[in-house]
Design a protein around this ligand. Structure first.
Ligand code: PDD
Length: 309
């Protein structure tokens, strides 16, 4: 089991310093990233990941040092070098290294590309349903861009963890639109509901895959924002993400002093939330459809890996 690192054409030890202090990713979070899952030694849904990476780069007006084919070749090379078959490939592209200044550097400054490949455990056949904590979505107005600026996501995920939950369920304008590092789906009367891929959420690659899967299985999907008040009507909830895959949720909790809607104008107090302070406001009624989707997801991946044998 090894972890490999890469920085601008060099193989590096991810634990050793190598990025200049005058690096815009380091100083401003001025860059974008992708996380790609490898199954059976091949990067899954690579086309879609690279397509999204280029959309994020374009949105931030960063010129990458490769074209999409060059990017795919690099990702394959990273995975081959690692020798891992079940792995998470992390790749980030920043605006480059230049003396700190909010303005973009000279056009001669080239983007920095760094990457790691880490082994991940194979998909487990059984997954214990997780818990979500409702929290206000404090992100900026462009979460559709997969930028390095993840501070609100980091804070929300940590608060959820402190409260004994596995993920944060983010509420914006009264609706439960996304989780801190995954997309959220609700099941109601045999129908799936997930927020539309507008500017306020990241259009997950796994979300896109599960949309196709649901269509193939004949499960109806509504791409709509679900108001917080309608949580009680929901039969089941699950999350999707590159490393999360299809993850069933057993309960949702809420902290009485952290209102999600409306968001208070008062500066929030710095606090550490404890599991004793939160109240469970929803429990899963029927996870059968989620299990069906999870099984179908695992089977699709297995068939995809098998297609190369
Ligand atoms: N997170 N929403 C957010 C905010 C995310 O950070 C992620 C992924 C997703 C799911 O997207 P995808 O299916 O493309 O992985 C949704 C990655 C894995 C991360 O930051 O580690």
């Amino acid at each position: 089991m090894s972890v490999i690192g890469y920085f601008n054409g060099q193989w590096v030890d991810p634990a050793e310093p190598c990025v200049p202090l005058d690096e815009r990713g380091h100083q401003f979070g001025d860059g974008v990233y992708e996380v790609i899952r490898a199954y059976g030694g091949r990067p899954f849904l690579l086309e879609w990941h690279v397509e999204r990476l280029f959309q994020s780069l374009e949105a931030l007006r960063i010129t990458p040092p490769f074209d999409p084919d060059g990017c795919k070749a690099l990702i394959r090379k990273l995975l081959e070098r690692s020798g891992e078959s079940e792995a998470a490939i992390y790749i980030q592209v920043t605006r480059g290294s230049a003396v700190r200044n909010h303005l973009f550097p000279e056009p001669s400054v080239v983007a920095n590309v760094s990457a790691t490949v880490r082994p991940v455990p194979p998909t487990s056949p059984e997954v214990k349903p997780g818990r979500l904590l409702l929290l206000p979505d404090e992100r900026w107005l462009n979460p559709w861009i997969k930028s390095l600026n993840l501070l609100p996501n980091v804070m929300a995920k940590q608060t959820a963890h402190d409260a004994g939950a596995d993920e944060a369920l983010l509420v914006r304008d009264g609706c439960m639109i996304e989780a801190a590092s995954s997309n959220v789906w609700f099941v109601q009367n045999g129908e799936l509901i997930t927020a539309p891929a507008d500017r306020y959420i990241l259009a997950g690659i796994t979300r896109r895959f599960v949309l196709e899967l649901a269509r193939d299985l004949g499960i109806p999907v509504r791409e709509e924002k679900l108001p917080r008040e309608r949580l009680a009507e929901v039969d089941a909830i699950f999350l999707t993400g590159t490393l999360t895959e299809v993850y069933p949720i057993g309960s949702v909790a809420e902290h009485p002093d952290i209102p999600c809607t409306p968001v208070s104008a008062a500066r929030p107090a710095a606090r550490t939330v404890t599991p004793e302070q939160v109240q469970v406001v929803w429990t899963a009624r029927d996870l059968e459809l989620v299990e069906r989707l999870r099984t179908a997801f695992v089977e699709r991946v297995r068939a995809w890996v098998g297609s190369f044998a």
